[in-house]
Structures are given as structure tokens and as C-alpha cells.
Design a protein around this ligand. Structure first.
Ligand SMILES: [Cu+2]
Length: 426
């Protein structure tokens, strides 16, 4: 109803303005004045308004920057973040300078050359020197911006050093799981077919392959049992048969995987990635030591997600079927950042930055950056429950099957330990 009234008011308003214009036109005609004749006083008034406008325009621009400047992210907490901020600020300085210069000229001349009956326009058709100048100067600026940007980008994305801490960040609808190498310092191989309740990341080890094969065989037996023992409608029988065929194909692929694994182990011995999975840590916590390079290996189970750590100025897509990477060196601990931001509850946070489904907004995991000693102590604690041989991973037991749950059946579990994002930067 309110919307209808607004539309009605707008339509009537437009009609009123049209009528007023018509009245003005008629009265001008009565007074024997031509419609396009505008008095010198009106022209001067418009010129003044042009100048007034640009002053207010700049004043509000500056006010916005001062008023809301503190809503920007706090100081970068990573080595490359400082570089990235410098690059961004360099761009801002150029863009804002150009903005002030061009707008000043535009409105100054619009006012200065307001219509004057006695003045003739100056005919100035062409000037090669000017053309050259306003082509080469912006081109030079752009070249500097692009070269500076590319150099920064290349430095940020160059491969991690050998002693970097490798952490896998595994994305799925709608949470993150971290995987750290165990005592052997290497991450094990993975395969999505092995994903189940106790192996949320599909780590390949001899045990996990055997377990998964038993599980699938049991599923096939159960489905076959239902077909032979239960009275089912035709449609259901077809459905079960299709499922059995699917499970058999899966079993065959896992069997092939086992062959590949055994051969690789035979060939490479302890260097085989299939030998390193059982002591991996699969956890819902994400810690990093300060001033050490971390090589983040990012994977996704279902759709494209994006690993985003805003305070570190780090972001990389998580793409199903491949591993993407991002390396960084944290330079400020969580505790120091709490002092810097004046927010005692501050936590670095790993967010998903791709709209990936209904609970995307809640796909986040806190990141703790701490001293090397604190990190080692935490790691020692974590190492007590590796993937195999320790407690089961802290993953919720999924429903049957290994398919990711369809979006509409997933219920968001708010992460109580995270404060609301709006207060994060305080
Ligand atoms: Cu996501």
C-alpha cells in the first residue's frame, strides 16, 4: 500500500512539474519573450552554483573518509599484507589526486565560461602536442601501476620455502577443517572416495582403504538383502539396483586405488605419500606460529569456496578437484592484535568468501597466531590424537552415504566462540 502511494505521489509530482513548465512557457509567450532566453542574472547564478557544488562535493568526500576511515581493516598482520596495503594506497593516492584535479577543472570552467552574450567561442580544433601529452602521461602512470602490481603479485605467489609449515585448509558446505602433517612432517595422499564419518578428508592409508571397502561391501549386501527379502514397489527395486551398480563401480575404483598405493609404497618406501596419512592431524582448530612461513594448501569437497583471512590480506579460491595454495608469514600475534584493535575478544578469522550456499555466512574458523613456544605446546597436545590411532576426528558423523548433503537439508550450527563479524574490526 505504501509503495502504491509513493508511486502515486511521484506520478502526480511529475505531472505538476510538467504543468508548471507549461504555465511558464505560456506566460513567456504572453510577455513576448523567447523560451530559451535566460537572463544574465540566471546565468551568473548557475555559474555560482557550479562552484558551490564542487566545494560541497569535495567536502562530503573528505568527511566520508574521515568519518568512516576507522571502519577499514586494521593494520595488516602478515608480511605480504604490508606490501599489498602499500600497493593499494599507492593506487588510492593516484586515483584520488586525479579525481580532485579533473573535477576541479570541470566545475571551475563550467562556472567561468557561463554564457555571456558578448563573448565569442574560441576556435581551437587541434593540437598534436596536447594529444601526445594526455596520451603518454596516463599511459606512463598506468604502466607504473601495472608493473608495480605485477611485481608485488609475483612476490606474494612465488612458491613457499622448504621449511614452511604446511597446513591443509579443507572447505565443505559449510565449514573448514585443518590438516597438519604428523610427526613425519608430511601430509598423506587423499582421495574423495574414501570420505566417510571417521575420514572426513578422505586420507588414503592401508587401513582407511580397507575400512572403506568393507563399508561399501556391507552397503551392497544390505541393498541386495532388501531386494530379496522385502516386498518393494518396482520403482524402489530399480532404485536399489542402480545404487548397487554405483557402489560396485566405486568399489572397483577404490580397489584400483589400493593397487596404485601398494605399488607406490613398494617403489618409494617411506617417501610414498601413501605412507604419511595415518599420523596426520585432522582438526577443527587453526593455529600458526608468528614469523614463520605457512604454506596453506586449500581444497574443497563440494563447490567453489574461498579461503579468506582478511587481517592477513590473504585470499585464495578452494576449487573441487585441485589444490590451490597461498603462502604467508604472520607478523602479529592474536594477543598483540587485541591490543592494537582495542578489542579484547578479537580473533583472526578464516572466512569463506564465495557465496556457496544457505549457511555460507557462517562458514568460518578462528585462527590463532601465537609465539613459536605456544605453537609447539599446542602442536604437542594435538599430536596425541592423530588421524589413525588417536581419538576419532572431531567431525560430526554424517548421515549415510558419502555424498555431500544437499544444501536445504543442512542446518547451520552457529559458532558460539566467534563474535559477530560487525564487531571484528573494533
Ligand atoms: Cu563456502
Amino acid at each position: 500500500m505504501t509503495k502504491l502511494l509513493i508511486v502515486l505521489v511521484l506520478v502526480l509530482g511529475i505531472l505538476a512539474v510538467a504543468q508548471l513548465a507549461r504555465v511558464y512557457e505560456l506566460t513567456s509567450r504572453l510577455r513576448g519573450k523567447r523560451e530559451e532566453e535566460i537572463s544574465p542574472a540566471d546565468n551568473r547564478m548557475n555559474a555560482m552554483l557550479m562552484w558551490l557544488f564542487v566545494v560541497l562535493y569535495f567536502a562530503s568526500f573528505i568527511w566520508l573518509m574521515v568519518r568512516y576511515g576507522d571502519k577499514m581493516l586494521p593494520v595488516a598482520a602478515s608480511q605480504h599484507g604490508v606490501e599489498l596495503d602499500r600497493l593499494l594506497n599507492f593506487n588510492w593516492i593516484i586515483i584520488i589526486s586525479v579525481f580532485f584535479i579533473t573535477n576541479t577543472l570541470l566545475f571551475y570552467f563550467a562556472g567561468k565560461y557561463a554564457f555571456d552574450k558578448g563573448r565569442r567561442a574560441f576556435y581551437y580544433p587541434h593540437n598534436n602536442k596536447l594529444e601526445l601529452l594526455w596520451t603518454t602521461v596516463p599511459a606512463a602512470f598506468l604502466a607504473v601501476i601495472i608493473i608495480y602490481g605485477l611485481r608485488t603479485w609475483n612476490r606474494i605467489t612465488e612458491p613457499a620455502t622448504g621449511d614452511a609449515i604446511r597446513v591443509e585448509l579443507y572447505a565443505k558446505q559449510f565449514d573448514w577443517t585443518a590438516r597438519y602433517p604428523g610427526k613425519d612432517g608430511m601430509l598423506g595422499a587423499t582421495d574423495f572416495r574414501l570420505i566417510n564419518g571417521t575420514n572426513p578428508l578422505g586420507i588414503v592409508t592401508e587401513t582407511s582403504v580397507a575400512t572403506r571397502m568393507d563399508e561399501i561391501e556391507a552397503d551392497i549386501k544390505a541393498a541386495e538383502g532388501r531386494i530379496s527379502n522385502e516386498i518393494l514397489p518396482d520403482g524402489k527395486v530399480d532404485e536399489l539396483q542402480e545404487e548397487i551398480a554405483h557402489l560396485r563401480r566405486m568399489l572397483e575404483r577404490i580397489s584400483n586405488l589400493r593397487t596404485v598405493m601398494l605399488e607406490d609404497i613398494k617403489e618409494k618406501g617411506d617417501a610414498s605419500p601413501y605412507k604419511h596419512g595415518s599420523d596426520d592431524l585432522v582438526i577443527k582448530e587453526f593455529h600458526l606460529p608468528i614469523r614463520q612461513q605457512a604454506d596453506l594448501l586449500i581444497r574443497s569437497r563440494d563447490v567453489i569456496h574461498s579461503a579468506y583471512i582478511p587481517h592477513m590480506r590473504a585470499q585464495m579460491n578452494a576449487v573441487p578437484g585441485m589444490t590451490t595454495r597461498f603462502k604467508m608469514v604472520p607478523t602479529i600475534t592474536t594477543d598483540s592484535m587485541r591490543i592494537v584493535t582495542g578489542n579484547e575478544a578479537f580473533d583472526f578469522v578464516l572466512l569463506c568468501n564465495k557465496i556457496c550456499g544457505a549457511s555460507h555466512y557462517n562458514m568460518q574458523m578462528p585462527l590463532v597466531v601465537e609465539s613459536a613456544d605456544a605453537y609447539d605446546a599446542w602442536m604437542a597436545e594435538m599430536l596425541k590424537k592423530p588421524f589413525e590411532g588417536g581419538d576419532a576426528p572431531e567431525e560430526e558423523r554424517p548421515a549415510e552415504g558419502t555424498e555431500p548433503m544437499p544444501m536445504d537439508t543442512v542446518v547451520a550450527e552457529p559458532m558460539a566462540q566467534l563474535q559477530d563479524p560487525a564487531s571484528m574490526n573494533k
